[in-house]
Design a protein around this ligand. Sequence first.
Ligand code: SF4
Ligand code: SF4
Ligand code: FES
Length: 354
Amino acid sequence: METFKLRVFRYDPTKDSEGYYQEYTLPVEKGMTVLAALFKAKEEQDPTISFRYNCRAAICGSCSMRINGHATLACKEQVTKILEKYNTDTITVEPIGNVKPLKDLIFDFDYLLEKFKKIKPWFIPKEPPPADGTEYRQSPYEHHKIDFASDCILCASCVSECNALKANEEYLSPFVLAKAYRFAADSRDGARRERLEAVLDHFNLEWCVRCWQCTTNCPKEVQPYESIIRLRIIAAEEGYKTPGEKHAEIFEEDIKERGLLNEMLLPMRQEGLLGAAKRAPFGIKMFFKGKVNIADFFGGHKVKRHEEVEKIYEKAKEKGKQVQIRIPQILGVVYEDKRKTAKRANFLDKGGNE
Ligand code: SF4
Ligand code: SF4
Ligand code: FES
């Protein structure tokens, strides 16, 4: 009988100072999921293995773990497919990353729940319910904007490899931002600004380093990274000056007035004295590396032939031209649901009519 090794991360805080791995040899069975393999090891070899599960059908989000380094749902992944994919006879299961392990594969979810509460992850209607007793209505287009984001099952697989969370544990995290988008973009929601303020606080939308790990890992195709981009657009539509926008405005002022950027005063102009004070050690390092000019601290100098920059601005003014962010043009792209687009193309390929 063909067998494989299930290598399980073990950790018991009452006796272990750090985690270790324990191996169990199991038969390869057709259709066996990684969760089923864990059950077999627990029932037949070692009742002390601890892991979370509930639905066993990729619905409840309880069984997320790293399987051969990638966070996903153990009840969704089949043993034979994993062995084939990694061309190996070993499957390693560990808790997801960026969280505190509690026991074996079980991790502390409270830490994530505290973040989750900040965006008020529940529907707050902007109007009283319809007088005729029907439900709150929205058009199919409005629903299309939030459909995919509503599929989140809070498994936290997207958290595991999030580089922003690794760098800053205060970062709200991808699924929290995806849920904030789900409600902020809902045409029936009455707490859009409250939710936006929660995500704009502490530069959450800016911390994301666009690594796309969250979208890649998500077993339900929720697209957390894309939700972050959409939240930025909604914040701009609502008139919030995000740090990114302020940054761009300061750049433009500098180019207009001097023809080059004043990196020395940028943090103070963007984040005020307190923000600049936090960045002082970095500024000092930059100074000693010759990256900043001390004259910039007193306003700096103009670039040579600055009058040519002025002429460009004058010409643009004469022609009534200005740089614009044209949100309506890109709405079709940002709200596109990749799964549905793929399904529709498939349907049309097969001769269907829209
Ligand atoms: S894209 Fe942003 S939110 Fe997603 S994993 Fe990377 S840093 Fe985190
Ligand atoms: S966004 Fe995806 S990976 Fe993240 S918690 Fe929701 S379902 Fe899980
Ligand atoms: S047990 Fe529910 S998602 Fe895996």
